[in-house]
Design a protein around this ligand. Structure first.
Ligand code: DAH
Length: 376
């Protein structure tokens, strides 16, 4: 066979192979087969060295011509394949620019109504000059009861359906605190003692103005009671604190909290071991519609317990009742949340139902402040 024939055959085989290559990898195999070190075109080029100079004159340009032709064909096919691959991707990965933007997680997540109301309450009292204190959920019997003037074996201890922990080495049983009142004891005791373990706040000395939100526990469960619930405790200790101030503080708080211009309160005599006198406070409201409206109407709704701090309690905390006096109150955060936001089953608060939270929850960046609006 003549060189011309060899070239023609090689051209035809390679051109067919190039045209048949369906992807870059197959095309590269063809390139190696033809132009690689051991490729067919390279082999042909190698024969030039053994040729007579006369023959080489015509064979050289012919073989090099084939080489260039094949290289160009591979190049062109590669361009086509790249273009086709890109078109396929563009067809597969379309973006519908008319779709609405998906909201960011920060705009989708919701703050639980309890956290919201907790923040609203602390914002209002902070604005009135109160500090915030917290104490442990697991309390000793002394802090939860004895120091608060609950006598040993007194039926008032039974009023709270207490969760007791297993007895410790010394035989005493700790409790899950049944109210936030033991934090009062911690704050007052700390005001004249070296800080003990369990404190989360720096010492306060009289005049003390403090609110103490926290989790509380009682063996109770129905539509308006859950075994874990939340309270906020308030305490003011000074040399001349009096009931008039208590009344003013509560009125100002309830107006701000319910975001109404005025509230009417009714103080009923009651009993708590740690206050004397003790009172329960009702707020005037309208219950004729489906929602409770505070600040209008002719019904009364019990909202909190309060009183003047019992001298025994001051004494138990190392404060002289002949020098200091004060007032305290306690209220349910969950109950306040239910009233303000019209949620009627407390158990739903703890169901972790996303649909409920989407409906009743609050936006993460709407921090309650008095100047920016509490619940806007
Ligand atoms: N600790 C009481 C309770 O859980 C509520 C309470 C009543 C707190 C009167 C007080 C108070 O500080 O003065 O039922």
């Amino acid at each position: 066979m003549s060189l011309q024939d060899d070239i023609a055959q090689l051209r035809s085989t390679l051109t067919t192979a190039i045209a048949a290559a369906v992807d870059e990898q197959t095309l590269d195999n063809v390139r190696v087969m033809a132009l690689g070190k051991k490729g067919s075109v390279s082999a042909l080029l190698a024969t030039l060295g053994t040729m007579a100079p006369e023959d080489r004159k015509t064979a050289g340009p012919a073989i090099n011509g084939l080489k260039n032709e094949i290289a160009a064909a591979i190049e062109a096919r590669s361009g086509d394949l790249k273009g086709a691959a890109l078109n396929a991707r563009l067809a597969a990965e379309t973006v519908d620019v008319t779709l609405p933007v998906r909201p960011a997680p920060t705009t989708q997540g919701r703050i639980h109504p309890i956290s919201q109301v907790w923040d609203e309450i602390t914002a209002i009292f902070s604005d009135m000059g109160f500090k915030i204190a917290e104490g442990p959920d697991i309390e000793t019997d002394w802090y939860n009861f004895t120091a608060l003037n609950f006598p040993e074996g007194h039926p008032a201890r039974e009023m709270h359906d207490t969760f007791f922990l297993q007895p410790g080495a010394d035989g005493t049983r700790k409790v899950l605190r049944t109210h936030t009142s033991p934090v009062q004891i911690r704050v007052m005791k700390q005001s004249n003692e070296k800080p003990a373990a369990g404190y989360l706040t720096p010492p306060m000395t009289p005049p003390i103005r403090v609110v103490m939100p926290g989790r509380t526990y009682r063996h109770d469960s129905d539509q308006t009671h859950t075994p874990m619930f939340h309270q906020v405790e308030g305490l003011v200790i000074d040399k001349d604190s009096h009931i008039g101030q208590l009344r003013w503080v509560l009125e100002e708080f309830l107006k701000a909290f319910f975001e109404v211009p005025g509230v009417t309160l009714r103080f009923r005599p009651s009993f708590f071991p740690f206050t004397e006198p003790s009172m329960e406070v009702d707020v005037q409201c309208d219950r004729s519609g489906s929602e409770v409206k505070i600040g209008e109407g002719s019904d009364w709704l019990e909202i909190l317990g309060c009183g003047m701090v019992h001298p025994n309690v001051l004494r138990n905390c190392g404060l002289d009742p002949d020098v200091y006096q004060g007032f305290a109150w306690g209220m349910g955060i969950d109950r306040l949340a239910m009233l303000k936001y019209g949620m009627n089953d407390l158990r739903a608060f703890f169901d972790a139902d996303k649909r409920w939270l989407d409906h009743y929850g609050f936006r993460a960046f709407d921090m309650p402040t008095l100047f920016g609006g509490l619940s806007s």
